[in-house]
Structures are given as structure tokens and as C-alpha cells.
Design a protein. Structure first.
Length: 264
């Protein structure tokens, strides 16, 4: 695992955007096949999306040969609902770049047969050749996507019941009313994420510091699903200084030293 510690969330976003653009260009130099990018929602990736949009408008990157797969979607919210993840992605990213609509994939929370939809989502990922880079965020309790604590680390796309903590945190998007937050969601599994050729998780702010410490320093376990990143051959965790607050001093110094040498 690589651990990138930046001074603030703006630099986290810049590092993540740079990395995505680099990977898109590297694949384009080798093949005509699309770059397959896994994407999250939530507040953490917003600055990365803004940086990618800025770089796209500056002519530095095109998304015309990119296929995306989003991590999750609430069950029971139509695509045009202002809190659906379809709406979130359109407003905050897709409508500002040149990605073809047919290349965008987001789980269908309104499907008549949700279980069948989950199987179809996994099939689409396989048919695309697998995900080249999966970007994600992490919850305060260490969950990635909607893989709540004690989710199987081998799990695939499926329906998950959300914990009260997750519902409470997400209620800020629903006017603070927890009763309006859906209690279930379709989510890619931990195994789905870890099958990607590369996984990049972002964490910013002091509220994420314990999840970061558990994910980096504790043994891999299903209580903190972020810890699965330890077992990925190309896993990278990009955080800001506040999110590093619960790391041991020796851990902090080790990763800062390693990345300093990577720049030489």
C-alpha cells in the first residue's frame, strides 16, 4: 500500500486528479481500448471532480474513451431525484466533460429485479475488461462504497442495509431529516473494488483519522472494510494532514520518507 499524505484537501484532489489523468494517458499510448474508471459520490471526491473538470476544459484530458462504473446508488430514488447518485454525478462531473452517455454506468436503484441488476452490473464490468482504476472514499466507520462494517471482503455487487451511523451522516444531504434517507442501497462489493487493477482511496478531515489509522495499521479485517486495501498489489490511500492525526508517529514518518524518495 502507498500512503500519500498531503498538507490539505486541495492538494489531495490535485494528486488524485493528476494520477487519474496520468493513467488515462498511459493506457491510451498502449491501446485503443477504453480506460475503465470506478467512481464514488459523497463530499470527499468533489474537489477531485472539480480539478478533473478544470483540466479537461484546459484541454489536458479527454474522457471520450473512458468508461465509468459508479460504486453505488440508493434503492427507491428515481434517477432525477436531487439526492440520487445519478443526479449527483451528472451535476458534479459528467455534464462538464466529454464522456459519452453510453459509457456511464451507475447501479439501478429502481430496477424491478434489483438482484438481477446486481449480477448484470458485475457482467458489464467484466465485459469492459475490468476496472483499471477504482477511486473511492471512506466513511468514518471505515466503510468503502456502502460496504458497512462486517461486510465480506470477498463481496460482490449486491443490496446492503445501511447502518444508523451512515444514515445519520448522509442525512445532511436530506435537510438533516434521517427519515428521508433510504435505508438500503445497491453497492459494489469489496471484492469488486479490489478486483480493479489499481485502487485509490481518498480521505480528508479529522473525522476520517481513525478509519485511516485502522485501515493502515490494524490487521486486515471486515470490521474496517478499508483495511482490504492492504492486500491490493496496487493500492494507494491519499489523505490530508488532519486525516493522518491518529497514525503512529513512526508510521507517519515512514510513509512521508518513502514518498519523498519516490519524488527523487
Amino acid at each position: 500500500m502507498r500512503l500519500i499524505i498531503e498538507d490539505n484537501s486541495d492538494l489531495v484532489a490535485k494528486w488524485a486528479a493528476d494520477h487519474i489523468i496520468t493513467r488515462i494517458k498511459e493506457k491510451a499510448e498502449k491501446t485503443d481500448r477504453p480506460f475503465v474508471l470506478g467512481l464514488p459520490t459523497g463530499s470527499t471526491p468533489l474537489k477531485t471532480y472539480q480539478e478533473l473538470i478544470r483540466r479537461h476544459k484546459a484541454g489536458e484530458v479527454s474522457f471520450r474513451n473512458v468508461i465509468t462504473f459508479n460504486m453505488d446508488e440508493y434503492i427507491g430514488l428515481p434517477e432525477d431525484h436531487e439526492q440520487s447518485y445519478h443526479h449527483f454525478m451528472k451535476e458534479n462531473f459528467f455534464s462538464h466533460i466529454d464522456i459519452p452517455q453510453e459509457n456511464v454506468n451507475i447501479p439501478d436503484g429502481m430496477a424491478e429485479d434489483v438482484e438481477k441488476g446486481c449480477e448484470e452490473y458485475e457482467r458489464k464490468i467484466r465485459e469492459a475488461g475490468g476496472i483499471d482504476l477504482f477511486m473511492g472514499g471512506v466513511g468514518e466507520d471505515g466503510h468503502i462504497a456502502f460496504n458497512e462494517p462486517f461486510s465480506s471482503l470477498q463481496s460482490r455487487t449486491r443490496v446492503k442495509t445501511l447502518t444508523e451511523d451512515t444514515i445519520l451522516v448522509n442525512s445532511r444531504f436530506f435537510g438533516g431529516d434521517v427519515s428521508k434517507v433510504p435505508s438500503t442501497a445497491v453497492t459494489v462489493g469489496v471484492g469488486t473494488i479490489m478486483d480493479a487493477k489499481e485502487v485509490m482511496i481518498l480521505a480528508t478531515g479529522i473525522k476520517k483519522s481513525r478509519a485511516v489509522a485502522e485501515g493502515v495499521e490494524s490487521p486486515m479485517n471486515h470490521k474496517w472494510t478499508i483495511s482490504a486495501l492492504q492486500n491490493h498489489p496496487h493500492g494507494v490511500l491519499v489523505i490530508d494532514e488532519p486525516a493522518a492525526g491518529d497514525l503512529r508517529v513512526s508510521t507517519y514518518k515512514y510513509f512521508k520518507d518513502i514518498e519523498k524518495k519516490n519524488l527523487l
